[in-house]
Write a protein that binds this ligand. Structure first.
Ligand SMILES: C[S@@+](CC[C@H](N)C(=O)[O-])C[C@H]1O[C@@H](n2cnc3c(N)ncnc32)[C@H](O)[C@@H]1O
Length: 261
């Protein structure tokens, strides 16, 4: 386990991030994270879905527009406000994954992409809450920041960029776990792991315009979130090679699909 510290604390980071961009359009590319993994999980259209940590709403809007019964929660009210303005028919509300208002066994699926690693305290409690609100045999699909070379490099680059600001004071930003630490988090709460794998959400190469696809040279966060973080031909070959030989070191997240037994 490794903790990443930055100049802004986690809640301020998300408030600024979601204040800076409009709500997402529904995600388009089902070949990439997170939609690819959501589709591996959600098989029954009649099953109720909770998207915990729905953020700007790319996954929530994808399922809502296709007639699924999905509710999104996030602890950042500006994100929920933007989503409700964009589409008042969405079920979206402010909520905290460590204290859910839902009754036991309310959902068949919980999608929680990039959520749990934001918790400095109450990580086990959040996984237990997830377990509580799932039906028997219900599935959670969740990603977590990997503790590896890629995230260490990302943190080093961020530290260099922010050197000298905020009087050098550091606050909790995110938690990083190894693959086995991540698996244990779910098995401790009573889940059985169906799938766990290293995934590249935003490859470190994407941070450099030279490695991005021509349509992504100018950074547009909503576009990248909708289409996936697309690399140039060369950048993708390089990333594929790193992922082929050292997947646990060059992924940036682990995705788990776990079942409530
Ligand atoms: C990486 S973003 C993912 C957004 C969305 N799931 C997606 O994949 O596009 C993680 C989200 O978790 C939210 N979050 C962090 N801590 C939370 C908490 N304790 N309860 C609910 N949401 C939280 C953040 O505000 C942020 O929107």
């Amino acid at each position: 386990m490794r903790i990443t510290y930055r100049n802004a604390n986690n809640k301020d980071y998300w408030t600024k991030r979601w204040s800076d961009i409009p709500a997402d359009a529904p995600m388009e590319n089902s070949g990439v994270y997170p939609l690819k993994y959501a589709q591996m999980t959600v098989q029954d259209k009649a099953g109720k879905i909770l998207e915990a940590g729905c953020g700007a709403g790319r996954v929530l809007r994808y399922y809502h527009d296709r007639g699924y019964d999905i509710i999104g929660i996030d602890f950042i009210d500006v994100a929920i406000g933007k989503l409700k303005n964009m589409d008042p028919t969405l079920q979206a509300e402010v909520g905290d994954i460590t204290r859910l208002r839902f009754a036991d066994q309310s959902f068949k699926y919980v999608l929680a992409f990039g959520l749990y690693h934001n918790l400095e305290h109450g990580l086990d409690q959040a996984i237990q809450e997830t377990h509580r609100v799932l039906e028997k045999d219900g599935l959670v699909c969740a990603s977590f920041r990997a503790d590896n070379i890629q995230t260490q490099l990302t943190d080093w680059l961020a530290d260099r960029k922010n050197r000298g600001s905020a009087n050098g004071k550091k606050a909790f930003h995110k938690m990083n776990l190894t693959r086995s630490e991540y698996e244990q988090l779910f098995t401790r709460a009573g889940f059985t792991i169906d799938f766990v794998g290293p995934v590249e959400n935003m490859p470190i190469l994407y941070k450099f315009a030279a490695f991005r696809s021509s349509a992504h040279k100018k950074f547009d966060e909503n576009k990248a979130r909708m289409e996936g973080y697309r690399l140039s031909w060369f950048g993708q070959r390089l990333q594929n090679t790193l992922m082929r030989f050292l997947p646990d070191q060059f992924c940036n997240i682990y995705v788990v699909i776990a079942r409530k037994g």
